[in-house]
Design a protein around this ligand. Sequence first.
Ligand code: EPZ
Length: 420
Amino acid sequence: MDKIIIEGGKTLKGEVRISGSKNATLPILAATLLTDETCVLRNVPRLLDTHTMVKLLKSLGKVVDWDKDKIIIMSNGKTNPVADYKLVSTMRGSICVLGPLLTKLGEAKVSLPGGCVIGVRPVDLHIKGVEALGARVNIDAGYIIAKSKRLKGSRVYLGGASGPSVLGTANIMMAATLADGETVIECAACEPEVEDLANFLNEMGARIKGQGSPRIVIQGVKKLHGADFKMSPDRIEAGTFVLLSAMSRSSFMIRDIDYQQLMALDDVLAKVGVSVEPDKNCVRVIPPRTLKPMSITTYPYPGFPTDLQAQYTAIMAVTNGVSVIRDTVFPDRFMHIAELNRMGARIRREGGSAIIEGVKELCGAPVVASDLRASAALVMAGLVAKGKTEIRRVYHLDRGYENIDKKLMALGASIKREKE
Ligand code: EPZ
């Protein structure tokens, strides 16, 4: 396992390029199971999670040729409907092979993904959705086993206690592409990654409308063909660098960003006193001398993203004044608090909220990463802290940020990676 060592306090400058979207790439990789023809995906980020999904696709009968950021996916003529526990348990995003396998092969056996540190991660909405399309589903020995001759289009409400489900919407949308008749998904997730997936499916010959809105309508077709598709930039990586720029009082160019997808962040930053200059597909942050505390609550898109909550907690930790952060999507997503407090932050939990009393300065310390976005928050804290920070278990970071240490080094950060 690797660790990252950071010497804090450097001003960052220059420019950084945002990689392709992890959370668009994963379901789009799964969608290639819907055809036996060749698919070409471009601007694919090289991450632990995309590597895991490629391994899973190979176990399901795909041949994958991955060169730099381009992936060519073909079929080896054999198919396998079983998504094995060993792979699915390392990445819960693998659940999104359920819909494609079921609708293409008439059966799917997908390991229950299990929970992770940010929450229980149930899949009841995924099961409700495929059952609504006529699948017979049972749970046996930790696997979801779904069977159906040909799925039948239906209307299904996919809202849960915390609102829509991103991968639940993805799974049912993919399953519906080859179902017989029309499917209407009510309370669909509106995330840009769901839109990207729908656009890829339509490139394959699917007939989907309403993506990006809470109602998605899918007309089933008999067959889907191969497609060539470029991933959009990763809006969460982009938001992470925007917050880092403000937190480190640095101004650098952030390229390949669709800033329109970060309007909730932009709205909050304006109240914190940070202005952002967008220009076509790049932005530059103009950080103020002092930041103002601003409380936030996370919501499904287009609300403030839960995937930027840990990073926002980090910037509020060094903002003079009190702020309150509530996460309605993953109420327990606060593993980063204990580690930030080891660095001198003053944050306490109260129910589903974090109460932050901003401090003047953090101090470097040895810390441990616990999940993907918590790790990003620790890197941000290390970059502004006084002295040295050592972050262990950075594989969490490598799941979702492509070469982040190299990108930060190029911006002038004092950061290096070592074997633990
Ligand atoms: C996706 O996870 C993202 N992952 C997550 O990003 C992101 O945090 C999440 O959406 C919310 O935006 C990928 O796209 C690979 P959900 P997903 O189903 O789809 C509840 C990252 O850091 N729920 O939208 O698994 C669930 O408990 C990762 O990149 C049910 O109740 O999340 C949660 O409270 C972390 N029943 C809420 O819905 C279900 O069947 C939203 O979860 C499914 C979900």
